[in-house]
Design a protein around this ligand. Sequence first.
Ligand SMILES: [Zn+2]
Length: 510
Amino acid sequence: MLESSHIPAPGDIQKFFQVFNIDLQKVYLPSFRLQNGLYYGLIRTGDGKKLGVIGEKEALLKDPFSGKILNHSPSLKLCDLFLENTLVLMELFPFTRPVSVLSFPATIGTGDRLGLATPGHLRSVRKFSARPVLAQQSIRENNQTGRNFKEVIADAAWSVFQENYQNGYGADGDHLKSLDEVALALDAGVSMITLDLSEKLNFEALSMPSEVIQRKFKEEIDPGDATVLLHLFLDKEFTFRGSRGDLSIRFSEEEVRRNVLLFDQAIDFSEEVYQLIMKRTNQKPLIDFEISIDEIPFPTPPETHLFLMIVLRHRGVRIDSLAPRFIGEFQKGIDYRGDVQTFKKQFYHHVLIAGHYGNYKLSIHSGSDKFSIFPHVGEIAEGKVHLKTAGTSWLEAVRLISLKDPSLYREMHQKALSSFGEATKHYHVTTDLSSIPSIGSLSDLELPCFLDQENSRQLLHITYGFLLRSDLREWMFSTLIQYEEDYTSLLEKHIDKHLNSLGIERRKSE
Ligand SMILES: [Zn+2]
């Protein structure tokens, strides 16, 4: 047992490590804690971030983390943050494990493409009455960054430990499109599945002439199912009452047929995935389930939302959040584009439906920087909303680099320009490259302006994968690590701005 006289006081931790000659660069004070007679905490050495375990040698030998023991009195075990040790961390400190958080009213998906942004996200979120989904990556993002779900969750878990955040966080397998992808994410330990239905929708159904709809419905839909489906909708008026006015929806026979053909495969698929999740949930903690149709070619009218939810409920599928494609444009990293009044009206109708059909939340994707609509979103949804951001934490990293290492920024900027054409294959943006000033004409002090202009923000936003896979990678990471605290405070401010704008209440104290 470690005697209390042996535990270095917070002010003495730095001194304590001196005897070990380990090239100590930083001590993450909030992470230090006593557990089972040993003292645990994170430090950074010249060799990277490590977990330090302090105690008598005998006890260190029995401790489940693997690492190298340096003898002294007390001794120190230095442990790498690799996967095996991450599992031990989650076992020993359960608050580092992802959990279902979506039932909490306000949730924000922050995502961390670099594995360096989470501490900044936590410092913001912990001040508000909100819960974070810290790990939030799609397969597309993982391919761009060269990571996998397990690594993404591990990075989040160590950051949670580093910041001593004990309120619970989520891990979202974002935009999953197949049963295999869902299984992969569940195996890695996610606490949330976002199922993207876009590839299962039959968009042709929206433009087919009436006779074709009639015929296809007859040919493709099982007669028993067809009767039930028509019965669910016909001769009914769906009325929703709310403080900002009522909503009433009726479906014609043709509308029902059209929607059935549109969603037929998507609904079977949702049910299949839901059952897989339910099977897992029997053995493990709850999994949050989101359905996303935000990446489809048309905005989702409230009628379509209602249709989908009625059929899903009929099939016994319950969701925690739905990401419709809202009216207007939600481009990456810039403010909302569109008519705010029309958005408000439709958003309210979506909120009414969600409140009546399972009390799930609306999930806003590409949610960063939509400051012209945030106050309305917060107000109309009464703070009950899930906001997904991620890419702008990358932009804050680029901002930091533009402030601290102009020559690196210049190289990144050139590389972004040369990869832009290729990057637009993955992202929908309306960037006008010709309106971005030539970097050669700007002084070092002027470089951060690129992070404040829409066109250059988008340029830097969508080319992240190219930059992260380029020969600038090491240089970028070492700069971000060197200015870790500055990066953390930029992010804290950035997320604060989002939560404040949504009108999320501040907590009185931790
Ligand atoms: Zn999305």
